[in-house]
Design a protein around this ligand. Structure first.
Ligand SMILES: Cc1cc2nc3c(=O)[nH]c(=O)nc-3n(C[C@H](O)[C@H](O)[C@H](O)COP(=O)(O)O)c2cc1C
Length: 187
């Protein structure tokens, strides 16, 4: 089993990192974490290449991520909410999924093929709803070929309780790991 985790937090010992650590400790198989704030991945510049070719013209670390997306079984989007959205650098990395979108829309080619399970992990200080970030994450997971989703794991009051001590979030992370491990994908 292979799991890709896209991390939108810049904080190495922050709340998102704590929940990702707990998830990976409970995951079977291998995993790969992409830290959006540190990655060598440029944003999409809408050059139009993928409309005709179904692949991206930019040559950077996203090439390996595209391959891992195609290959993996599970994908997680994990992020703090910044002004109720996923963080900017994470959205920047995810803008490169335009290659998948264009392959489907303009070339009628399914770029991923195998179907995957998806999960969303969101943390926030306690000042705002998660609805916008959840919706964005679901759109992005869909672009990566996920078709079965675990309910979002949220820790909404990190200013008061760190995510690592938020029992509900911790329990839900274990549930997410179990969901990935179980052989329940009907597709
Ligand atoms: C620029 C910025 C915007 C933020 N916007 C929100 C917000 O809209 N709602 C909220 O609950 N917390 C917000 N926060 C707080 C973070 O989401 C919170 O501190 C979170 O736990 C940080 O996660 P991390 O430790 O994984 O980086 C914001 C923080 C920053 C720096």
């Amino acid at each position: 089993m292979k799991t890709l985790i896209l991390n939108g937090s810049p904080r190495k010992n922050g709340n998102t990192a704590a929940l990702i650590k707990l998830l990976t400790e409970n995951l079977a198989g291998e995993y790969r974490i992409i830290n959006a704030f540190e990655s060598n991945i440029s944003p999409c510049v809408d050059c139009g290449y993928c409309r005709k070719n179904g692949a991206c013209a930019l040559n950077d670390d996203m090439s390996g991520v595209y391959e891992y997306i195609k290959d993996c079984d599970n994908i997680v989007i994990a992020s703090p909410v910044y002004f109720s959205e996923l963080t900017g650098p994470l959205l920047s990395v995810c803008s490169r999924f335009q290659a998948f979108y264009c392959s489907r829309r303009y070339l009628n080619i399914e770029p991923i093929g195998t179907w995957k399970k998806g999960g969303v992990i969101l943390v926030g200080g306690g000042d705002g709803s998660f609805g916008t970030a959840e919706k964005t994450a679901r759109i992005l997971l869909g672009q990566m070929g996920t078709n079965t989703f675990f309910p979002p794991v949220v820790s909404q009051n990190t200013d008061i309780i760190p995510a690592s001590e938020d029992k509900s979030a911790v329990d839900d992370i274990i549930g997410l790991a179990d969901f990935f491990t179980a052989n329940t994908n009907p597709f």
